[in-house]
Design a protein around this ligand. Structure first.
Ligand code: GAP
Length: 441
C-alpha cells in the first residue's frame, strides 16, 4: 500500500471538486472567501457524520436533551456571553500590500514574508489590534431603523438561554446534557486550508450541566474527553494521528477555566478537531445577570439550589470531515481508494448490471437496486467496463459493489466486491440487505 502524503491536501481538494463532494462557494461569481458548498456526495458525507455524532452523543445515551435554536438572537445575548467584548483575534496588517493576518498564526505570517522576500521586499507589520469576529446582519423593515444582530459565533448560547425552558419542561436530573448541531459564523481574518477555517461552518456541541463542584466537574471533563476521542477511533481514524492537547492559560477562550483540544496530524501539522471546555458558571451567571431571570437549578435530592457548571464538548463538522477524508485517502497501484468507515461513506453500495445492452440484466439489476434503496443510499452505474466502475466507486469510498451477471438470472446470486480487499464473493441476492446492514453497523 502506498500512502503518498505529498500534496495530500491538494489531492483531497481536487477529488472533492471532481467527484461532487465540495465546491468553492458562489464559484461562478468568483467565489466568496471562506464559504464552501457541499455537492451530492459531500452532502451525504456531512449528513452521515452528523448522524453518527447524534446517535453517539444523544440517542445512545440517557439524560441528554436535543435542542435546535435560532441562528439570530437578541444582541444582548452576545453582550452577556462576553463575545461582543472578547470574541476577538489579534490582527496585523502588512504595510506594503495592506493584506491582513492573524498575529498568532506564525505559519501565515512566514508565508507572506517569504512572498515579499522573493521581490526583495522586507515586510513591515502594523501593531496587533483586537478584531471582533462576530458577523453582523441588519434586521428590520425600515431603512435607517434596522437593528444590528449577530449571526451566532458559537451555537452554544442558544442552549444556555433556554436552560430554564429545558428545566421547566423536561425536569432533568443533574448531571444532564443538552446537544445541538447547527451553523455558526465567524468573520475569520484568514480563512485557509480548504474547509478547515471557514467563515460559515457547522458545530456539534454537548453542554453538560453539572453540580458546582470541582471534583465532579473534572470527573465529567475527563470522561467527556475520552468519550469524544473514542468517537473518532470507532469511526476508524488512525490512532497515531490523534492526540489531546491542553490549552495554555493565555490561549483559553474568555469563558473557559480549562480547555483541551483533540488534534489531528494534518499535512500542515497538528491542528484542532474539537475542544472540550470547562465553562464553569460563566454562561448561566452572565445570562442571569443580563436578563434578570433566575437561571438556578433546584436539586431535589440534595435539597440545594445552585447555578450549575458546564462541561462542553464542541466539535466542528467541517474539520472532522476533512480529517476523515485525509485519513481515508489511499493510493494503491493505479487506483485511489477512500477507505471511509461504511457509516460515513456517501453510498453504502453500488449496483451494476454487467452489460448495459442486455435488457434482462438491466431489469434484474434495477430490481435489486430499488430494493436496496429502501434502506440504504445506493449508487447505480451501467457505464463503461466493470473495472472502471469499481475504481470510480473506490475513489468516492463506496464500501462494496454488487454486480448482476448472467448467473444471477439463473440462480439469483450476485457478486459482491469489497472496496478495501478487492475480493469478490458470490452471495444470494436476498442476503444483500442483511450484509449491508451488518457492514453499516
Ligand atoms: N462553543 C465553543 C466553541 O465554539 P471553539 O473552539 O471556538 O469553541 C469549536 O470552536 C469547534 O468549532 C472547533 O474545534 C472547530 O472544530 C470548529 N470551528 C471553529 N472555528 C471554525 C472555523 N472558522 N471553520 C471551521 N470550523 C471551525
Amino acid at each position: 500500500m502506498n500512502k503518498d502524503n505529498s500534496n495530500l491536501l491538494e489531492k483531497i481538494v481536487s477529488l472533492c471538486k471532481r467527484r461532487g463532494f465540495i465546491f468553492p462557494g458562489s464559484e461562478i461569481y468568483g467565489g466568496l472567501r471562506g464559504t464552501w458548498d457541499y455537492g451530492p456526495l459531500g452532502s451525504e458525507l456531512k449528513f452521515n457524520l452528523k448522524q453518527s455524532w447524534w446517535d453517539y452523543m444523544v440517542r445512545e445515551r440517557d439524560n441528554v436533551f436535543p435542542m435546535n435554536a435560532s441562528i439570530m438572537m437578541n444582541p444582548r445575548v452576545w453582550e452577556a456571553s462576553g463575545h461582543v467584548a472578547s470574541f476577538t483575534d489579534p490582527l496585523i496588517e502588512c504595510k506594503t500590500c495592506h493584506e491582513r493576518f492573524r498575529a498568532d498564526k506564525q505559519e501565515d505570517i512566514k508565508e507572506h514574508e517569504e512572498r515579499h522576500a522573493k521581490n526583495k521586499e522586507k515586510v513591515e507589520w502594523t501593531e496587533p489590534k483586537q478584531f471582533n469576529i462576530l458577523v453582523e446582519a441588519k434586521l428590520g423593515v425600515i431603512e435607517g431603523e434596522k437593528t444590528t444582530v449577530y449571526l451566532r459565533g458559537e451555537i452554544t448560547q442558544g442552549v444556555h438561554v433556554n436552560f430554564k425552558n429545558i428545566v421547566d419542561s423536561m425536569h432533568p436530573k443533574i448531571p444532564f446534557g443538552v446537544a445541538q448541531i447547527g451553523k455558526a459564523f465567524r468573520n475569520e481574518i484568514t480563512p485557509r486550508n480548504f474547509i478547515f477555517r471557514s467563515r460559515e461552518f457547522e458545530q456539534m456541541e454537548m453542554q453538560t450541566y453539572v453540580k458546582p463542584d470541582e471534583k465532579e466537574a473534572m470527573e465529567m471533563f475527563e470522561a467527556m474527553k475520552n468519550f469524544r476521542m473514542k468517537w473518532y477511533l470507532d469511526l476508524g481514524m488512525n490512532k497515531k494521528k490523534l492526540r489531546f492537547r491542553e490549552h495554555a492559560p493565555d490561549e483559553r477562550a474568555h469563558y473557559a477555566r480549562a480547555a483541551w483540544d483533540i488534534e489531528y496530524e494534518t499535512p500542515w501539522g497538528w491542528d484542532e478537531a474539537e475542544g472540550i471546555h470547562h465553562r464553569g458558571d460563566w454562561d448561566l451567571s452572565r445570562h442571569s445577570q443580563f436578563s434578570g431571570q433566575d437561571l438556578s437549578y433546584f436539586d431535589q435530592e440534595a435539597k440545594e439550589r445552585f447555578i450549575p457548571w458546564v462541561i462542553e464538548t464542541s466539535a466542528g463538522v467541517e474539520r472532522p470531515l476533512l480529517y476523515f477524508l485525509l485519513d481515508a485517502y489511499t493510493e494503491e497501484g493505479d487506483r485511489v481508494v477512500l477507505k471511509l468507515h461504511p457509516k460515513l461513506a456517501p453510498y453504502k453500495a453500488a449496483v451494476f448490471p454487467l452489460l448495459k445492452n442486455k435488457p434482462e440484466l438491466v431489469a434484474k439489476a434495477q430490481g435489486i437496486y430499488k430494493e436496496l434503496k429502501n434502506n440504504f443510499t445506493v449508487a447505480w452505474d451501467e457505464r463503461g467496463n466493470i473495472g472502471k466502475r469499481y475504481f470510480a466507486q473506490d475513489e468516492i469510498g463506496t464500501p462494496c459493489c454488487i454486480t448482476i451477471d448472467f448467473q444471477t438470472l439463473e440462480d439469483d446470486t450476485v457478486t459482491i466486491r469489497d472496496r478495501d480487499t478487492m475480493k469478490q464473493e458470490r452471495v444470494r441476492a436476498d442476503e444483500l440487505n442483511e450484509i449491508l446492514k451488518k457492514m453499516a453497523d
